[in-house]
Design a protein around this ligand. Structure first.
Ligand code: FAD
Ligand code: SF4
Length: 508
């Protein structure tokens, strides 16, 4: 054959660059389910099931249009268990002249595939991934010569370049950023008439995968009974439409809010569809922009949503690829603590953390503020090693792929990169959580207290964090206010918090 065309589990796009000149008479698509992808970190059952189901549906779609697919299932007795091993077997079988693929998302996967191609003596053509607005080359060009990188400048550049929410050379509405409008909480009454998002009951293919995962990966974290993610392009389009119609109008206003027992709120839940390439970034942004143009959603909501995708998502991808492989081992704060065991069970008496953990293990989902300001915040202030936090975040979410997870976890949330992703560590007391949610009402702790039996661990760990890193943080002008408050503390008060923090670490 001419080409063996490699399609990975997060490249499920019929319009992918790798498939654009596909000739069913001369080319074959290669896809493989391998154990390695579920075990290099212990992938949650729901995450593995999503990937495998979406892959099987994609292979069905390819075959339906008459394209030959070489597909290995996870429990095939000949399966070698690794991408490299499966690729070597397929090359031996088909003897292709060359291999081709769209650029993979993960550095580790790229290394493995390139090494296999080399050993097998086959040229491997790497094409741009067209489901993003930008290439990593664009990001590198943007970053070149800049002393400091900030997402906001990158984002404005992309708005102009792609003409998104632009009025000639100016942003529509006269402002680039409506963040200030996007910080509301649900107040005392809580969310009213939340629109239930569309969910997708498992079909036969998904059910077979669920059975397989239950059988083959019994010890993997998380649960499967609530699996209801979109697994096909058609379902992804329905999910997009459902979000745009029912949740986008209030997305911005409540973007940072939380409420106990309400996992979805006004979020899109589209990250997995985007990351698997069931949807392209362009079509999602376009759908949101159209909603604004037709008066179906306010500008602040649409701008806030567009910024996440055209801004943050493309930015973290550029960051990942320009910083790897060294990025993986960075630990600017020299954090050395282990991950507390309750991260795998959700069994803790901290109400906010319990809610976020239990929801994560049940659904494979938490929204951004839960990840950043509940889960990540706790790990950061406790001093958990950023590698442990990274492995956990990569394990548990259905949308977890390293290129987006790593900069968010190690960089934005844990400050492990010393300030590349975030200009200061995201630290806060329990009062932040109290302001943005109702969790503290149902909690045995009190966010206003930093010592004593009712002290909120977030508040204790916050002050302890500032003390531990006082010298380093003094060099950061954005930390001035927070450190100034600390400077008023007596030595006794400092010691009391340090003791309380130590007791919490030792016992929880
Ligand atoms: P919405 O709130 O509806 O946002 C819309 C879309 O914007 C998302 O679908 C996503 O594609 C994009 N987006 C939003 N925030 C970010 C961001 N910070 N970086 C990149 N894209 C963003 N996102 C992942 O896709 N995979 C991950 O593994 C992942 N790990 C994270 C780990 C940590 C510690 C943090 C703080 C964030 C992480 N994020 C990750 C980003 C973000 O939390 C999720 O994209 C979002 O919660 C997914 O839910 P949603 O689709 O409902 O998002
Ligand atoms: Fe979380 Fe502290 Fe509030 Fe309890 S009191 S819910 S631990 S922030």
């Amino acid at each position: 054959i001419r080409h063996l065309v490699l399609v990975l589990g997060d490249q499920l796009d019929l319009n992918a660059s790798a498939l654009q000149d596909f000739d069913p008479l001369r080319d074959v698509v290669w896809m493989a389910e391998v154990m390695e992808e579920s075990t290099h970190v212990p992938s949650a059952k729901q995450r593995t099931a999503l990937f495998l189901s979406a892959m099987r549906h994609f292979a069905q779609a390819l075959r339906a249009q008459g394209w030959p697919v070489h597909y290995t299932e996870l429990d095939d007795p000949h399966n070698t268990g690794t991408l490299a091993g499966e690729l070597a077997r397929a090359i031996a079988h088909w003897q292709p002249e060359a291999l081709c693929m769209a650029a993979p998302g993960d550095w580790r996967v790229l290394q493995a595939l390139q090494a296999t191609a080399k050993v097998q003596g086959k040229p491997l053509a790497m094409r741009d991934d067209l489901s993003f607005f930008t290439t990593v080359r664009d990001f590198a060009a943007h970053a070149k010569g800049r002393k400091q990188l900030r997402m906001e400048y990158w984002y404005r550049e992309q708005r102009q370049r792609f003409g998104v929410l632009m009025d000639g050379g100016k942003p529509v509405g006269g402002q680039w950023n409506y963040d200030a409008d996007n910080r509301a909480s649900f107040g005392k009454q809580g969310p009213q008439n939340l629109p239930a998002p569309q969910r997708f009951a498992p079909d036969e293919t998904t059910q077979a995968v669920i059975d397989l995962v239950t059988r083959a990966l019994p010890d993997a974290p998380g649960q499967l009974q609530d699996f209801a993610w979109p697994v096909t392009r058609a379902q992804a389009l329905q999910a997009l439409d459902d979000f745009i119609t029912h949740r986008l109008p209030l997305f911005g206003q409540y973007e940072d809010a939380m409420w106990a027992g309400e996992p979805w709120l006004y979020h899109s839940m589209l990250s997995a569809c985007l990351n698997l390439k069931l949807l392209s970034a362009q079509e999602v942004v376009q759908a949101a922009e159209q909603a604004w143009a037709h008066g179906q959603a306010p500008l602040a909501a649409v701008e806030g949503f567009v910024r996440q995708i055209l801004g943050w998502r493309e930015y973290v991808r550029g960051m990942y690829w320009t910083q790897m492989p060294n990025y993986l081992t960075r630990n600017a704060l020299d954090a050395q603590e282990d991950l507390p065991a309750f991260f795998w069970t959700g069994e803790t008496d901290m109400a906010c953390l319990r809610d976020a953990l239990q929801q994560t293990l049940r659904l494979g989902y938490a929204h951004h503020i839960q990840r950043l300001m509940v889960l990540g915040l706790y790990g950061l202030m406790r001093g958990v090693h950023p590698q442990h936090m990274h492995s956990w975040f990569l394990s548990v979410y259905v949308d977890a792929v390293e290129w987006v997870e790593l900069p968010n976890t190690l960089g934005m949330s844990q400050f492990g990169d010393g300030g590349l992703m975030a200009s200061k560590p995201y630290v806060a007391t329990g009062k932040y959580i109290q302001r943005m949610s109702n969790h503290c009402q149902g909690c045995r702790y009190d966010p206003a207290q930093s010592t004593g039996p009712k002290a909120c661990p977030y508040t204790t760990l916050y002050w302890d964090f500032l003390m531990r890193h006082e010298t380093l943080l003094k060099t950061n002008p954005r930390m001035g206010m927070q450190l100034k408050n600390l400077s008023r503390w007596t030595e006794e008060a400092r010691q009391a918090v340090q003791l309380q923090a130590k007791a919490h670490r030792d016992n929880a």
